[in-house]
Design a protein around this ligand. Structure first.
Ligand code: FAD
Length: 425
């Protein structure tokens, strides 16, 4: 087996392949180093949900509900493997709170709770918290209550991805770093240094897929931007909360995500940017204005943070499919398997995707291989300049909706997370 990309998807696929079939020869080629991509740069929310499940609920309700239950269980599976493999990834399953910072947001979240109930998800997994209870977890400047999702853990993503790379190497997987695939062929992967021959090839390159010739329009690379504060004193934590290292955001479409890190900082991100021609940026100047915007959003939740320094600024590319729905699949005729398209929510779901892909490759029939996650190759995005114009228009439209909602004006919600599909309707 040849796997292209040593992020969570490639590594989880390798991990479960070796669990199921220890004698299998597996090699991974990675353009940079393991964890260089989104897997080493994300907000560390290990979520038991997945973008795109809303639309699956319409087309395949029974399968989508099974998928949701699998996703809840996947959070514990990630924690289990981390513990088993001795990966100190600062795992803390404190749940997630989405705080209503305006009346329209409060209404959207209450509707969202109803949708969870409609698919049989109970109070133990998802429930509304009134402002007092919400403030026990996190204390934002405006708090009209919040929706609590229990199956979510905070973790240190780079520690997890590097630990996983070591775990698969211990099982005999070869990882070739600094070895970009320049061509994916049937039964081989071409790199500048040589050719890797294999029975099957797995593409696990998510936001970077567009850099591989012939795969340019498979996934849209959208950048999300993050900052981290200096370690905060106890007095500041007393003021803002983050009890049990709960992860935190609000319901705006321009997704906001924060966690209290194990070393006492807030790592916080938002803002999606697509660059013309699917250009990917891996490094950003710390003076880039976008980081000022991210900081402004963070301080709007927690004004006390104005008195604290921002010590880290970074960003990275995630992958968005044309249908906004992730996919796992194996085309045996082409000799190519794939997994991804998580729309910025892949930390937990990549485990389920990798495990499912390993089972598909080894032709093991399990309850996972019939999930609606398993499907067709991704639909191609439009050529430029349509791609850029389409994203730009959607982004501006969504920002307008966010602005209206934040000012307390009702406007439909548009965001790619669970059940918003229904909210949009
Ligand atoms: C800033 C940011 C914050 C995020 N926050 C969260 C979050 O809090 N929770 C969450 O669930 N998700 C989050 N995400 C999304 C999540 O990180 C991704 O969904 C997940 O990491 C995808 O993993 P992957 O292995 O599929 O892709 P990646 O981690 O991107 O791995 C792809 C790998 O392929 C390599 N590669 C590229 N081209 C080639 C080539 N030609 N040959 C060989 N290798 C190649 C890359 O170097 C990279 O290592 C965030 C993403 C970003 C960017």
């Amino acid at each position: 087996m040849a796997i292209v990309g040593a992020g969570f998807t490639g590594l989880w696929t390798a991990f479960y392949l070796k669990e199921l079939e220890p004698s299998l020869r597996v090699a991974i080629v990675e353009a940079e180093i393991a964890g260089f991509g989104a897997s080493g740069r994300n907000g560390g929310w290990c979520l038991g949900t997945l973008a795109g499940i809303g639309s699956l609920l319409e087309s395949e309700p029974e399968g989508a509900i099974r998928l949701q239950q699998e996703l809840f269980a996947t959070v514990d599976e990630v924690g289990r493997v981390a513990e088993q493999e001795g990966i100190d990834c600062h795992w803390a399953k404190g749940g997630n709170i989405t705080v209503a910072t305006s009346e329209p947001f409060r209404e959207h979240l209450l509707e969202e709770q109803d949708h969870w109930r409609q698919i049989g998800v109970g109070e133990e997994d998802v429930r509304w918290m009134e402002p007092d209870e919400c403030a026990d977890l996190v204390r934002t400047s405006t708090n009209l209550g919040g929706l609590f999702l229990a199956p979510v853990a905070a973790l240190h993503p780079m520690r997890l991805v590097r630990g996983l790379a070591e775990a698969v190497e211990r099982r005999g997987v070869a990882i070739y770093e600094c070895s970009p695939a320049v061509e994916l062929k049937r039964r081989s992967v071409i790199t500048p240094a040589g050719q890797l021959r294999a029975d099957l090839v797995v593409r696990a390159t998510e936001g970077y897929t567009c850099t591989i010739p012939g795969h340019e329009r498979v996934l849209l690379p959208v950048h999300s931007m993050m900052i981290a504060t200096e370690p905060l004193p106890e007095s500041t934590w007393d003021e803002i909360g983050f009890t049990n290292r709960v992860t935190f955001g609000d319901p705006r479409r321009n997704v906001t995500y924060g966690q209290r890190t194990a070393d006492g900082r807030i790592a916080f991100g938002c803002r999606g940017t697509y660059f013309f021609g699917s250009k990917i940026h891996n490094r950003f100047s710390p003076d880039a204005p976008v980081f000022g915007e991210v900081r402004k959003v963070l301080e709007s939740f927690f004004p006390v943070l104005r008195d604290h320094a921002i010590t880290h600024r970074w960003g990275g590319a995630l992958g968005i499919p044309r249908t906004w729905t992730p996919s796992v699949g194996m085309d045996r005729d082409a000799g190519l398997g794939w997994a991804g398209g998580y729309v910025g929510e892949g930390v937990g779901p990549s485990n389920l995707a990798g495990r499912t892909l390993a089972e598909l490759i080894l032709e093991r029939d399990t309850h996972r291989t019939t999930l609606p996650l398993v499907g067709e190759p991704f639909t191609s995005w439009e050529p430029e300049p349509m791609r850029f114009l389409g994203y730009w228009a959607l982004d501006h439209f969504a920002e307008g909706l966010d602005d209206a909602n934040l000012r307390g004006r009702p406007a439909p919600r548009l965001r790619s997370s669970v059940y918003n599909h229904f909210v949009r309707k």
